[in-house]
Design a protein around this ligand. Structure first.
Ligand code: HEM
Ligand code: HEM
Length: 185
């Protein structure tokens, strides 16, 4: 199939940069959280300090990304998508935006409740204050559950999202992936 007609509608440079930086940081933050589970207590605490700072960075970059999306035109989905594919893509993308906010917010709530109001150190450069939440057991438990459930949901959507991107690139050979990758024409 000739794929040229689709290639005009590309994502803007800013949207592409934000997509890949945030994607990389999210993957990194899963790895950091998982690695810390098998570490001695002191090393795990350092890793979790980094996990929190990376997570707050993701939250801030997501806010920038949403403002970017509201102020720049998003290219319409590739026109050769079937109706169900377009609907599924829209729902998945929407949920991913929601989770990019909900996961770090729940983590921030968890850290604030667990640490009894202790701020989050941003790599030792400056502090981000704790959220004004309680520190009783049910509050800690609630944020913990929320953080875990939202992170797990992101893993499911990630698999679907990457699977779809690869399917469109390798099987359908349309411009879905190319328009999100700066060096692919
Ligand atoms: C997109 C960003 C983030 C992702 C993908 C993420 C993911 C995870 C994952 C997979 C775990 C380990 C398993 C679990 O308990 O569910 C975890 C644990 C944790 N996260 Fe995050 N997180 C993010 C942001 C944050 C932020 C911003 C904070 C705090 C400021 C935070 C605080 C914590 C804490 C305190 C734990 C330990 C929970 C425990 O020991 O069970 N996270 N996170
Ligand atoms: C945790 C990591 C990731 C997150 C949270 C994420 C999130 C998103 C979101 C929200 C969009 C919609 C952008 C918009 O139209 O406003 C998007 C688009 C896209 N993503 Fe990701 N993404 C991630 C990783 C990846 C990876 C690893 C790939 C490739 C293998 C990928 C490929 C794409 C492509 C090709 C598009 C454009 C889809 C289209 O044109 O309809 N993403 N991503």
């Amino acid at each position: 199939m000739d794929t040229a007609p689709n290639s005009a509608a590309r994502y803007s440079r800013g949207a592409i940069a934000l997509h890949w930086i945030i994607a990389l940081l999210i993957v990194l933050n899963f790895v950091v959280a998982w690695l810390s589970e098998d570490m001695p207590k002191e090393d795990a605490a350092i890793m979790m300090g980094n996990h929190k700072a990376i997570g707050i960075t993701i939250l801030a970059l997501t806010a920038v990304r949403i403002i970017w999306k509201l102020t720049h035109k998003t290219p319409p989905l590739v026109e050769t998508l079937k109706a169900w594919e377009a609907a599924l893509a829209k729902v998945t993308h929407g949920l991913m935006y929601l989770l990019m906010l909900a996961i770090p917010l729940a983590g921030w709530g968890l850290s604030s409740a667990w640490g009894k109001g202790k701020p989050v150190s941003m790599f030792g450069l400056f502090d981000v204050p704790a959220l004004p939440v309680g520190s009783d057991k049910p509050t800690v438990g609630m944020f913990h559950e929320l953080h875990e459930i939202t992170a797990t949901l992101m893993l499911v959507l990630f698999a679907l999202h990457v699977g779809a991107a690869l399917k469109h690139h390798l099987v359908d050979k349309d411009s879905t992936l190319r328009r999100m990758v700066p060096w692919m024409k």
